[in-house]
Write a protein that binds this ligand. Sequence first.
Ligand code: HAM
Length: 461
Amino acid sequence: MSEGAAKKEEKPRKFQAIRGTRDLLPPETVLWNRVEQTAHEVFATFGFGEIRLPIFEPTELFARAVGGETDIVSKEMYTFPERIEDHPELAREMQQLMAKPPSPLELAVHLSGASHAFLSLRPEATASVCRAYIEHGMQQLPQPVKLYYMGPMFRRERPQKGRYRQFCQIGAEVLGGSDAPAIDAEVIEMVMTFFDRLELQGVQLDINSIGDRNCRPKYVELLRAELLKVKDKLGPDSQRRIETNPLRVLDSKLESEQGIIATLPRNADYLCEACAAHYAAVKHQLEMRGVIYRENWRLVRGLDYYMRTTFEITAQGLGSQNAVCGGGRYDGLVELLGGPPTKGIGFAIGEDRLILSLQESGKAPAQQGRDVYIAWMGERAHATAIRAAKDLRKAGFSVELPPVEQKFGKALGQADKLGAKYALILGDNEVSEGLWTLKTLADGSQQKLTEPQLLDFLRKL
Ligand code: HAM
C-alpha cells in the first residue's frame, strides 16, 4: 500500500444517526420533558404506578404475544442471537441461511430448539408488562394492577414523518380484576384527560369492538367468504390478506378498494350477546364521563392480542401517520404467556407524534432561555458572581455565568443570544457599593438592588 493510500484510510469516518433514529436536541427536549411530566402527574391521579422495563426480551415473547403473522413480528423486529459464541452451531447455520436472508422470525423459528437464544429489541411493551405481571406474582396484589411506562420501542418500518425505527411510547395497562366496561371507559378517559391537559389539537377518538374467541372467528370466516367473492377487484396486498388476516383488509387505504370495503359485513353486527352488551356498556360509560367518541367499524389493530374494545386516537398536523394512540382489551394474553387467566386493557401513545402535533399547533417553547446572565468584570466581581450564581441557582433560577471575563457590551450581546431575561451586571463599583445592577433585556431598563432585594424581585415575577 502506498503512503498516500494509507493516509486516506486514516481519515476518520463521519458518523451519522442510523436511518429512522434521531437525536432530540434542546429546546425540543424541554417539550418532551413537559409531556412526560404531565403523564406522570395525570396518570398518578388515576392511581397508576410507573413500571420500568428492559428494552430487549426473548424473541419468543413478542412472537407469542403480538403474533407471528403480524407485520410487527414477521418483518419489523430487530432480532439478534444471544452470545453467538455460545452457539457455534447457530453461527454455522446462520451463515448458510444468510445466503438468502430470512426474516428475523424465520431465523428464530428455523433454528429449532434455539429460539430461546434469540433476543429482540422490544417493538412494544404490553408483552413485557404481562411478562412482568406473571414474573412478580402481581396477581397477589389488590386487583386490578394499574401500570404505566414510557420509553423507546423499535420497529424496522420505512421511515417518514411521524414514523421512526426508534420511537418513544407512553403507555398504560390495567391487569387483573374484572372486565367491567367502566375500566375500559376510565382508561380511555385517562388518555383523553392527558391530551386535554396538553391542549393537543384536533383530537378524535375512534372506538370499535372486535368480539371475542366466541364470535370473532365466525365473523372472520364470513368476512373471508365475502372477500373471496370480490377478490379480483382487490390489490395484491389485500388479496394476500384474505388468507393471512382478512381483518387487515378493512385497514386498507387504497382508493380503489374503498367502495368494496364499504359493502362488507360489519363486526359490530355479528358480536355474540355478551360482547354486544359489553360494547354497549362501554359506550354508555364513555358518555357518562363526557368522552366524545366516533364508532369506526373498520378499526382493526395490527396486533393479535386484542378482543372486544379497541380504540385509536388521531390528532392534528400529522399527515398520513396521524394515529397518536392505540389500544384495546386483551383478556387472555397473560394466560397465553403462561400466567393465570387475567383480564387486561391498555393503550400506548406515540410520543414522537404527540410532540409533532403539539409543535405544529405552536405549543413548543422557542428557546430554552436563561433567567439571568451574569456579566462580571474584575477579580473581586468574579468571586461575587460565583456566589450570586450559587444563591440564584439554589433559589431555582437558570443562571449563565461566563467562565472568563468579557467586556460588558459583548456580555450583553451574549445574554441576548441566549434568550436571557435579565443581565446582572457586576463590576468594581457594584461590588464595593453592595448594589448590583439588574438590566431587563426586553426593554433595556435598569435598576440597582442589594442581593436580598434582587432575590426578592426575581421571586415575585
Ligand atoms: P400500536 O398501535 O402498535 O400499539 O402503537 C401505539 C402507538 O405508537 C401508535 O398509535 C403510534 O402513535 C405509535 N407508533 C407505532 N409505531 C411507530 C413508529 N414506527 N414511529 C412512531 N410512532 C409509532 C401498541 O404498541 C400496543 N402495545 C398498545 C397497547 C397497549 N394496547 C394495549 N396496551
